[in-house]
Design a protein around this ligand. Sequence first.
Ligand code: MRU
Length: 366
Amino acid sequence: MKIQNKHYRTIWPDAGDRTKILIIDQRQLPHAFIIETLSSLNDAVVAIRDMHVRGAGLIGATAGFGMYLAAVCREKKSIDVALTEGAKLLDASRPTARNLKWAIDRVLLAVQAGKDDTEKLEICFQTACEIADEDADFCQSLGQHGLEIIKELSKSKKGGTVNILTHCNAGWLAFVDYGSATAPIYAARDAGINVHVWVDETRPWNQGAKLTAWELQQENIPCTLITDNAGGHLMQNGMVDMVIVGTDRTTHTGDVANKIGTYLKALAAKDNDVPFYVALPSSTFDWELDNGHDIPIEERSGDEITGISGLHKNGKVETVQLTAPGTKALNYSFDVTPSRLVTGLITERGVVAADREAIHRLFPEK
Ligand code: MRU
């Protein structure tokens, strides 16, 4: 998608030296646009763990390139050993997003076809590129399926503006391109439908305030930032036509893990008959877990709650303390919305009920 009218992806190999992988450092957005170079497995692990990159799809794509970097920097180890070690470190970098393990396993499987280390290295690179390309393609396709839902809402409003609420950032910054929750919105804009997005600020990391609001503005999509607690009030007052969120992991039974606070939005949506959709590429499905309660929920430092970062008058991004010293804070990063609260899942193959049979009908190979 575009930044100041120039097209970017969120991760790409350096055109002059493909052993260097480039990312946008999302900790600095929207105040500074900084491209960072990943040159080693450790760089990739740190980028995921410390959220230079974040969001399910982009975590997966970074893990794919992280595996490739593990192979590039293997020194005297065999590629197989370097990849096994890399897989372990990458897998531990963040727990909730399913795409992480999915991408690691995809590289491990693909590389088995290589006859020697030279071939295996090439397979690692090609597979990482395929993961990134597929992520972008799947998001674009799911956008077309989500567009049909927005079209219907627009018709029922006789062409009036469709108001969509989203939580966190499941935009293109969370993927390689297009985003999941945002892809139907971009598709609706391209189809000439009037859309407006309510953007939850998404405490404590403020992905909505810092990232979603910024990326929508860059794409000229009308949007308004709201506090995390405002959504219920807006729904009660007929100001929300649909909710679209992303997900970090969705069980094959339709339970959805997403940024903390999503569950409360789903409850409010149910109470107000507002359709609640979840958009995801199939790489986010967990085909093994039957119950959302078993999804590992990341717990991050309480410092993210007791402090807040933003642009200082000195032009630098700085963190200030919000609370009295010593205030205890508990920081669960995700919650689980049970399938019964989900109107539908928007995937690259179509929109499907959040239910085991329906999901398996759409993905019979699983
Ligand atoms: O902690 P993050 O920023 O990596 O969390 C990911 C998210 O942005 C959301 O949970 C998002 O809605 C789903 S990821 C596409």
